[in-house]
Design a protein around this ligand. Sequence first.
Ligand code: GDP
Length: 362
Amino acid sequence: GFTCGIVGLPNVGKSTLFNALTSAGIQAENYPFCTIEPNVGVVPVPDTRLDKLAELVQPEKVIPTTLEFTDIAGLVAGASQGEGLGNQFLANIRETDAIGHVVRCFEDSDVVHVGGKVDPVGDIEVINTELALADLDTVTRNRERTAKAAKSGDKEAQARLAVLERVQAALDEGQPVRALGLTEEEREHLRDLHLLTIKPTLYIANVDEGGFEDNPHLESVRAHAASEGAGVVPVCAAIESEIAELDSEERAEFLAEIGQEEPGLNRVIRAGYDLLGLQTYFTAGPKEARAWTTRQGATAPEAAAAIHTDFQRGFIRAEVISYDDFVEHGGEKGAKEAGRLRSEGKEYVVVDGDVIHFLFNV
Ligand code: GDP
């Protein structure tokens, strides 16, 4: 699976957000394939398309796809030098595929700020500096080794050295590696270093109830994020944790009262999903309508592996109806009659929203 790590300084609202995510979440026993630890939450990915498919197909069960979040507590200034839970913290981040960086954009004199005042860009810099220092350490050591090999005429090492030099210079300035716009080939040279600042990152701005507009803290986060090409999702963690406690009827009422169509958490979940480069396809039959996750750009056999590895190995072909066609023609039968069911082979690149039936050998 893919996991999005939630990081941030203490007291910015990480746990509040994480708990809201997981209490809105699903029962671990329904997902025996994931090992769930206390700091890991498996969260259903909200998708109105699945509801629409279920309406058309009327299956016995409707199963959303999921995304994993990991709560990574304990980052303080000095972590890269082993302060706080420094090394543990960095090791935990290393295992994630993307980073959701929570920053405090709410004022509340009852909640102590570790830096003495609410300063989201300052907070971002504290964390990014720690991550950049940890990467700098990794890169510097690797560069020394690579330089030796490059000197003895190793062409591969020479190419790698050029990338390492560029990366080291950026890290020296406190710039995250992800902001460098490296090519796939350049990234390949760095892959085995498992750098922290190369991971796709999103800022989650924790604002007050009324802090979605005219909030200078939020604006400063947006400006900073734009400078690194990162996204920002504003959310009010305190309200989200209240919403997560409600049953579905109360929830609908509450959302109507505050003039929202859906919980703000949905935006966080979807942004995490996009950040990870994921997309959804569906299977829809009388037993179950289900959403599945695959990498954007995945071929049909690769996508089939989300269901079962045997599906990938024994892949014959995929019968595909695009989501829009499926809905427009009232389901599989109608889409087929309208000639909208395509038979696709193993080179087919799955499109977000495809409704797929896999044919395979066992
Ligand atoms: P963490 O240390 O980053 O995990 O932060 P917590 O989630 O424990 O939150 C720290 C404190 O801030 C708690 O007292 C929360 O109730 C409070 N808090 C979290 N989110 C909000 C928010 O959106 N608005 C306000 N006013 N307080 C919040």
